[in-house]
Design a binder for this molecule. Structure first.
Ligand SMILES: C[S@@+](CC[C@H](N)C(=O)[O-])C[C@H]1O[C@@H](n2cnc3c(N)ncnc32)[C@H](O)[C@@H]1O
Length: 288
């Protein structure tokens, strides 16, 4: 029997193709993406692998059901490559980028859920401020929200970027990133419930792996990486009682062995070839 692999973030199927080339003819791969256009492109790009590649539209928080329904439970390998694909960022119509004018959408799955316009224009200011602070780690959250609220309704990515530019004094603009980067990141995370997806997806992956199977995650920002690190830490411990407690009462048993004690970073050559990979961090753990 060949390896059973699941790519939870199929995107343009670059990883999926690499995996299939290594596990076929005996192995098979299930590719999942919540973006219908990635699913279409993925199916096409993996067509040459025939029935060894199965592509499904869905969110990876549904991994447990999707894997069972398609005969991929238990799996040997589960991969998550979090965040957006270049295709999504570069398409102004998707509303992810402050660099090009487009509608305030930001949904990875444009068939369902709230748009960024609804979040920006309809959320209570206090909730919007919490989102910017928590998901964007934005120090200027309160002022940005004041400027957003004064300019409602905001319709385009340009409107949002201009509200942020007006809110933050020029002397406080960050040197290394666009002044609206944190705001866009925060709203995107809220629109797609990205952190909730990761928490549920990691637990589902652990249940779906066979003993000795491995999960690998690639994170692009610290909020994602922190969730993975803490999940791996908790699941690799036999006891998770508070350290001051003299006797264990939790009954927790380790289910994972961490393979990458520190995350793997891209090499200089990899960053030169693909600058967007510069902040990537790879973590791998094996199911016990
Ligand atoms: C960084 S890209 C993946 C690129 C891919 N590894 C490749 O080789 O082309 C992330 C992809 O994951 C998808 N995605 C993000 N969150 C998801 C989720 N919760 N469930 C399913 N797909 C998700 C996005 O739509 C996007 O296509």
């Amino acid at each position: 029997m060949g390896a059973v692999a699941i790519d939870c973030t199929l995107g343009q199927a670059g990883h999926a193709r690499q995996i299939l080339e290594r596990i076929t003819p005996d192995g098979r791969l299930l590719g999942i993406d919540r973006d219908p256009s990635a699913v279409g492109a993925g199916r096409e790009s993996l067509a040459a692998f025939g029935s060894a590649a199965v592509v499904v539209h869905g969110a990876f928080s549904e991994l447990g059901n999707i894997a069972k329904q398609n005969g991929f439970d238990p799996a040997d390998l589960i991969l998550f490559d979090f965040g957006l694909s270049s295709t999504q960022v570069d398409d102004p119509e998707r509303g992810f980028s402050f660099r090009a004018e487009g509608p305030l959408d930001m949904r990875m799955d444009p068939t369902t859920g709230l748009t960024a316009a609804e979040v920006v224009n309809e959320y209570e200011p206090a909730e919007l401020e919490r989102i910017l602070r928590q998901y964007g780690e934005e120090r200027w959250a309160r002022r940005i929200v004041e400027f957003i609220v004064a300019r409602r309704p905001l319709r385009t990515t340009r409107d949002l970027a201009q509200a942020v530019e007006a809110a933050i004094p020029r002397r406080a603009w960050p040197r290394d990133i666009h002044v609206a980067t944190r705001t866009f990141q925060a709203i995107r995370i809220a629109v797609n419930d990205e952190l909730g997806e990761i928490e549920t997806g990691l637990s589902a992956a652990l249940s779906t792996l066979k003993p000795g199977g491995r999960m690998a995650t690639i994170s692009f920002q610290s909020l994602e990486d922190r969730l993975v690190k803490s999940f791996f830490n908790v699941e690799s411990k036999d006891c998770i009682c508070p350290p001051q407690q003299p006797v264990c009462t939790c009954g927790h048993r380790a289910t994972l062995r961490i393979i990458t004690r520190h995350p793997t970073r891209p090499t200089e050559q990899e960053v030169a070839a693909n600058p967007r990979a510069r902040s990537a961090r790879l973590r791998v753990a094996e199911k016990i």
